[in-house]
Design a protein around this ligand. Structure first.
Ligand code: ADP
Length: 576
């Protein structure tokens, strides 16, 4: 986590540093471009200023050339002075003078030097060329640009020279304070003309300028991309930082200079760099935000996945536990079923025990009779009374058939039924149960009333198990009526759904009806032939397994009534 945070801070730091470096680059590039533009502009401005100056001076040069040959000049005297004065007044020249070959002034108007001997421009004129010079007239006097034009005689010799003084201050007048600051230096490096009066008479030293007297103000110069940049503190009317552009002007023997303020270029470059930096930072912020959001999403996803995995693991564990429980329950159910089956079998065997005494008596009787009939039959055969012997044999056969039926019923009862629940005719089951219990009931003197329908009544159940339930009910009824004077069992069948079999006796009734289906509940003598207390609880389980119900209560007129309700099953024809 800490490492990730550190990596993120490092990435942001790296990004900001890169943006800063690029911003500096953009600033430099922009500034360079702006300086190029500024230099171009400066050169154009300087050319304009120089053209203007040379154009203005040209008037005076031409004046000197044209006036030099004026005939009144040759005459000299007052006429010449008046001529020069008139011309000076009309042209605004500072002064005009005509000098002879030795330099002595012959005619003059306005101000000018007293003697021109030795002056370079005069010498040049005396040589027949046009001379020019710049100079202050007198110490601290006005600045003038001088043009000296030769005056030729008829034979072509130079007779003298006309000098015209152009007033520089006059030329500068409507030019002062304009932008950019421009100045023109003489060959010696002195500022002679400028639209910034404070620079006049400053001298060039090295790259910059310094005033004629006093300490030089702060100044530095450097070169950038082929441009010369000056930083200076030369007053309110001169820029603090400027691009210096210079251009030699051989026509007037001076060099022109312009100082282009670099502040706007810096501002433009700064603006470009700021926009670039702002865009980069905004872009970076957007990227950062997107990355952060993506990272947060990934984190949330991972958390969700972990939670889902945990939950899935928990659910799987619960599922396994549930499955284990289900299989345990199934095992328990199977064990219970087995125990129930064993109990049913035990109950059946106990019932068999009870009825076996009667059965053996029942079988013994026909056996004795068979023996008797057989003996008699043999004697009849010997006496030749075959018809009587035949009747004995017929009786023997009938008795044997009866015994076979009793034995088959017993076998059926003892069989452990594993058949599933099927359709069973309940009337036949009641018949078989009665037949099984017949000996016992007859012995006890119990009469049976059985309202038997003449058609089968179909129910859902198991034949053997239903028989077991009914045998148990008849046996219990017989037990209950042991002391009763009137011993009767009434069996009624109510068709419908459910089909209800009612077994009613004329005994004393049930002592504790709510307990009779409890296992091992018995009011019978302990240790007796009966009295295990399992008969009804087993019957209850069996009837329930068919989807039916068994109930026992005391009947209104006395005695007990047991109702076995069974699900009706469709008749075979209907099912087919
Ligand atoms: P057992 O017959 O071994 O006692 P059962 O479960 O068959 O066990 O019967 C439980 C008890 O229900 C009997 O002991 C008896 O008290 C009562 N009982 C059952 N049938 C009748 C009946 N027809 N009349 C009165 N009481 C009965």
């Amino acid at each position: 986590m800490l490492t990730r945070l550190r990596a993120r801070i490092l990435a942001i730091g790296l990004f900001v540093t890169t943006v800063a470096a690029c911003t500096v680059g953009v600033w430099h590039y922009g500034y360079g471009q702006a300086l190029d533009q500024l230099a171009k502009q400066g050169r154009a401005d300087l050319a304009l200023a120089a053209d203007r100056l040379t154009g203005q001076l040209r008037r005076y040069r031409e004046l000197a050339v044209l006036m030099a040959d004026h005939p009144r000049l040759a005459a000299g005297g007052d006429g010449a002075d008046a001529l020069l004065q008139e011309a000076a007044d009309k042209t605004g020249a500072l002064g005009m003078l005509y000098a002879g070959p030795s330099g002595e002034v012959l005619a003059q108007a306005g101000i000018g030097p007293d003697n021109l001997r030795g002056a370079a421009h005069f010498q040049r004129a005396m040589n027949g060329a046009l001379g020019s010079a710049q100079a202050r007239i007198g110490a601290g006097g006005p600045r003038a640009h001088l043009f000296a034009a030769p005056r030729f005689t008829a034979d072509g010799a130079v007779a003298g020279a006309l000098v015209v003084l152009a007033d520089i201050a006059e030329l500068e007048w409507d030019w002062i304070g304009g932008t950019p600051p421009v100045f023109f230096t003489q060959e010696a490096g002195r500022v002679f003309i400028s639209n910034r009066a404070e620079l006049l008479d400053w001298r060039q030293s090295g790259a910059g300028l310094h005033p004629p007297q006093g300490p030089a103000p702060a100044f530095t110069a450097r070169r950038t991309g082929g441009h010369e940049l000056w930083s200076m503190d030369w007053g309110d009317y001169l820029p603090a930082n400027a691009l210096h552009v210079a251009r030699p002007l051989p026509v007037i023997g001076m060099t022109g200079h312009a100082l282009m303020d670099t502040a706007p270029s810096q501002w433009v470059a700064g603006l470009q760099a700021s926009v670039f930096a702002a865009l980069c930072l905004a872009f970076g912020a957007v990227i950062l935000q997107i990355t952060e959001r993506r990272r947060a999403l990934a984190r949330a996803n991972a958390q969700l996945e972990t939670r889902v995995a945990e939950r899935t693991a928990k659910l799987s564990a619960a599922n396994r536990a549930l499955r284990r429980e289900v299989s345990e329950r199934q095992e328990a159910e199977a064990a219970l079923k087995k125990a129930q089956d064993d109990l049913v079998q035990a109950g059946k065997l106990s019932a068999l025990g009870q009825i076996s005494a009667g059965i053996s008596h029942e079988l013994n009787q026909p056996l004795m009779a068979i023996r008797q009939f057989a003996d008699n039959g043999a004697q009849f055969v010997q006496a030749g009374k075959t018809d009587k012997a035949g009747s004995n044999l017929a009786r023997i056969s009938a008795l044997a058939a009866r015994m076979a039926r009793i034995i088959s019923n017993l076998r059926a009862f003892a069989r452990q039924e594993s058949e599933p629940v099927t359709r069973v005719d309940i009337t036949a089951v009641i018949d078989q149960a009665l037949e099984l219990s017949e000996t016992r009931l007859r012995r006890d003197g119990v009469t049976i009333r059985w309202d038997r329908p003449d058609h089968p009544v179909w129910v859902q159940g198991g034949e053997v198990r239903l028989g077991q339930v009914l045998v148990n009910l008849f046996s219990n009824a017989a037990d209950a009526m042991a002391q009763s004077a009137d011993k009767r069992i009434e069996i009624t069948l109510h068709p419908g759904d459910p089909v209800v079999v009612a077994v009613r006796d004329t005994g004393p009734g049930i002592a504790e009806p709510e307990k009779i289906f409890d296992p091992f509940y018995s009011t019978k003598e302990v240790g007796g032939a009966e009295g295990m207390g399992l008969g009804l609880s087993i019957s209850y389980g069996l009837v329930q397994s068919f989807g039916g119900e068994i109930r026992g209560r005391n009947a209104e007129g006395g005695g007990a009534v047991f109702l076995v309700e069974l699900e009706a099953a469709p008749a075979p024809e209907a099912a087919a």
